[in-house]
Design a protein around this ligand. Structure first.
Ligand code: CA
Length: 473
């Protein structure tokens, strides 16, 4: 995959834009948002007019993947453009395990982020919101390519200001007072808008890293009131949080327009992993599974790109793309293609998105997450788990992964299993581990049943599990 990716980048190198055309880049990341919980992916329960507006202004990637089904490794892949398991970042961050050096619990300092690379070619870079790539000084975002940081280092955060007796929010800011929280989804947007206004005259990279709708489930009263017809409290709260996120993304889009930057700005929206039905009552329908799994519901996410005047409006791109493709795409647009030595995992999407008649490259995507591994090759996907035969699905015909075709396609199963294994054994050991108890919990997720349809009435269907499950943090 790596060789093919590099060949493609070299091939299209001449198609990159000149320095004068370099866009601002706004990367909006949601956290634990279900594939089926946005209007543009068919939600019947949560209106998302602003995200739908963004989709209508650009390209919706129907098969957009992240490189891990949980937060921290997904962000490591997203920000480096390298499949994070190729540098040992398999696991979510957790307490150090015996024999593991806690100073490695973060994005390895030898890796360069997209912020590092864009800053090097003249972009001003800002992170607002969640980091989750290490809380020790060597991993701090201000040392990983970001000029400005307002946000928090951990994997989650409360939404409201602390009440009397509760610990104060640990929001950091390097360009002014962090201020008191109002509702963090609102506050993140305020900071993003300030960044855009401060830097409207220079090319900028803004990483708008919302923690919504990750738990804790905390919503504003007026948003909850909009969903009072939903009896289930968790689902009602989740819907309110997603609606608030949508409203705030709308404010962010309006700020780009108001600054006169709409035609100078590429906006990308995606979630860091699939929705964890067991934690925040999210819905990934029609996809099977959830966060923490290598079924589609764990890693196929809402995924949009918009740049008015440069990308066609209202298009759907139906071939698979990866969050790993964003770094090579951004670098091509910044007129700074990465050298081979960067060993990026993805491809520059620009020639594919701007000229759909171009032949889509033959490619495979690979995943490894603790006990699980998977490979997608064309329409086919194979999932490997430790306690059962490998599973093979044809995603073109079976988006919900209901029909395991492994035994009926033994040659394909053998071939894909071998390629997955060949890759797997070349990977380095993980640089940190989670507790061993997570392995059983993650495996149990594969024995639960997940709703595959949108609700037609007020209530959303729930996942059904007879075993204890959890998707991780
Ligand atoms: Ca997440």
């Amino acid at each position: 995959m790596r060789c093919a990716a590099h060949a493609l980048v070299l091939l299209v190198g001449t198609l990159t834009l000149g320095a004068a055309d370099r866009p601002n880049i706004v990367l909006i990341l949601a956290d634990d948002l279900g594939y089926g919980d946005v209007g543009f992916n068919g939600s019947t329960q949560i209106p998302t007019p602003n995200l739908d507006r963004l989709a209508a202004s650009g390209i919706r990637c129907a098969e957009g993947y992240v490189s891990s089904p949980v937060c921290s490794p997904s962000r490591a892949g997203l920000l480096t453009g390298r499949n994070q398991v190729e540098f040992g970042y398999d696991n979510n961050l957790a307490d150090a395990q015996p024999g593991f050096d806690p100073s490695f619990a973060g994005l390895p300092v030898g890796e360069r982020t997209i912020a590092d690379r864009l800053r090097e070619v003249g972009y001003v870079t800002g992170l607002v919101g969640k980091w989750h790539l290490g809380d020790q000084p060597q991993f701090h975002p201000l040392k990983r390519g970001f000029d400005e940081f307002w946000g928090f280092l951990a994997g989650g955060h409360r939404y409201f200001a602390a009440k009397s007796g509760e610990p104060e929010p640990d929001i950091e800011c390097n360009y002014g007072p962090a201020g008191a929280l109002t509702y963090i989804t609102d506050d993140i947007t305020d900071q993003c808008i300030g960044f855009i206004r401060r830097h409207r005259e220079q090319p900028f990279f803004l990483y708008a890293s919302y923690n919504a709708p990750h738990n804790p489930l905390q919503a504003r009263a007026e948003d909850l009131a909009r969903f009072s017809h939903i009896k289930d409290k968790a689902r009602r709260t989740y819907c309110a949080m997603v609606a608030r996120l949508d409203f705030q993304v709308g404010r962010l889009l309006d700020a780009v327009n108001a600054a006169g930057l709409a035609e100078k700005t590429l906006i990308v929206f995606l979630s860091d992993n699939g929705g964890p039905a067991d934690q925040n009552a999210s819905l990934n329908a029609p996809l099977n599974g959830q966060k923490g799994m290598l079924m589609e519901g764990g890693m196929r996410v809402p995924f949009l790109l918009s740049w008015p005047g440069k990308l066609s409006a209202g298009q759907v791109y139906s071939h698979m793309v990866s969050s790993l493709d964003l770094t090579p795409t951004f670098l091509a647009l910044a007129d700074a293609p990465a050298p081979d030595s960067a060993r990026l995992s993805g491809v520059n999407l620009w020639p594919l998105l701007t000229a759909p008649q171009n032949e889509t490259p033959s490619r495979s995507l690979l995943w490894r997450f603790t006990v699980s591994a998977a490979i997608r090759d064309g329409d086919w996907k194979l999932v490997r788990l430790p306690d059962r035969l490998p599973m093979l699905f044809n995603l073109r015909e079976d988006i919900s992964e209901q029909h395991d075709l492994a035994l009926e396609n033994m040659e394909r199963t053998k071939d894909m299993l071998q390629r997955l294994g060949d890759w797997d054994v070349r990977l380095p050991h993980p640089v940190s581990l989670e507790g061993a108890e997570w392995k059983r919990l993650q495996l149990n997720l594969y024995d639960a049943k997940y709703p595959l349809t949108q609700p037609t009435g007020g209530e959303a269907p729930k996942m059904i599990s007879e075993k204890k499950t959890t998707a991780g943090h």
